[in-house]
Design a protein around this ligand. Structure first.
Ligand code: COA
Ligand code: MG
Length: 308
């Protein structure tokens, strides 16, 4: 029987993931000061077609020379069907990023294709096989949502799934991706839930889409909280001003940490008595509650390490 200790092998904290246009040297230089857990150097929608080739080189050189101040180094490549993706990978792998964000994924075959390409590039560049990670934009095509469970399982490199509504909206020919009251129409709500469930079922990060109105702090905080409340572990960002709000929301509060520690203490005592299910504050507690408490404590201590 395992005891409910906090594991030391904890995954990376990915509360905030900031996009930076891959051809904008000013924003690239500024990005590490934003305090985001991950920086996504973009080759896709933030770069006009005529700048793609130059942006690859700018990103490669930035990866080589810039101090990321501990932020995860991610590159968003172009979708497979554009014919640009392999060159995106080949040029930027020379800068040794931590991982790639893959947009407009359609099926597990897309993920396997990228996985194999990365294995080849790892062999060429002398990096350990499987060391380069993947974050998948897994709700940007209608096919992806229908295939999302298999997409989540297709590669051991996959560390997270992000949901996003704008490209799905285009693919559907939808007139809007929000109701007038700001809530999500059914099909978008389904996509968001599918992302959360598939990520959780595979033990990878469920990530919420960016909030595009970067002047609306209250709206950002509300949306981030709603996401954190149901289990999303982080959120995309498009502007440095969004990072502090997101980082705060995706860390458990002191009160949550205190409660989690008390529950873990009770679990230790129950385990010592030989009980895996026990009564705590009048209700039954067992493995899922203990695991949840453990995650809260781990995330809080990772966030403390980051800020110290
Ligand atoms: N990364 C790094 N720095 C950024 C930034 C980002 N994503 N967004 C803004 N900045 C910088 C600006 O360059 C500016 O720097 P300065 O004060 O030294 O001139 C400062 O932060 C304030 O920016 P602001 O003037 O408020 O915004 P802007 O008009 O320059 O840019 C956007 C607004 C939306 C164009 C910009 O935030 C952006 O490019 N976001 C990312 C877009 C993207 O990658 N989209 C694809 C994924 S959805
Ligand atoms: Mg897009």
């Amino acid at each position: 029987m395992t005891t409910p200790e906090v594991s030391s092998a904890t995954p990376r904290l990915r509360r905030s993931l900031l996009w930076v246009p891959g051809d904008d040297e000013h924003k690239l230089a500024k990005a590490p000061t934003a305090g985001a857990d991950s920086l996504i150097l973009d080759l896709e929608d933030a770069v006009v077609p005529t700048h793609k080739a130059r942006a690859r080189e700018v990103i490669r050189d930035t990866l080589r020379s810039m101090d990321f101040r501990g932020a995860e180094k991610l590159v968003r490549i172009n979708p497979l069907e554009t014919g640009l993706a392999l060159d995106d990978l080949t040029v930027t792998m020379a800068g040794a990023p931590d991982g790639y964000m893959i947009p407009k994924v359609r099926s597990e075959d897309d993920v396997r294709f990228i996985d194999r390409a990365l294995s080849n590039l790892e062999a060429i560049s002398g990096r350990p096989e499987g060391s380069v990670g993947l974050i998948l934009l897994a709700t940007e095509t209608p096919e992806a949502i229908l295939n999302i469970r298999r997409i989540a399982q297709a590669s051991l490199r996959t560390a997270g799934l992000m949901w996003a509504s704008e490209d799905l909206s285009n693919a559907l020919g939808a007139r809007r991706s929000r109701n007038e009251d700001g809530s999500l129409p059914d099909v978008f709500s389904f996509a968001r839930s599918a992302c959360l469930l598939s990520a959780a079922a595979n033990g990878i990060d469920p990530l919420d889409m960016p909030y595009l109105d970067f002047h609306d702090d209250a709206g950002l905080e509300r949306e981030a909280r709603e996401a954190a409340d149901v289990g999303f572990t982080g959120k995309g960002a498009i502007h440095p001003a969004q990072i502090a709000i997101i980082n705060k929301v995706f860390v458990p509060s002191d009160e949550e940490v205190e409660k989690a520690n008390a529950l873990l203490e009770a679990a230790r005592e129950a385990f010592a008595r030989g009980q895996a299910a026990f009564v705590y504050e009048g209700a039954m507690v067992d493995a899922p509650h203990i695991n949840r408490a453990r995650k809260i404590v781990t995330r809080a201590s990772r966030a403390r390490e980051k800020s110290s």
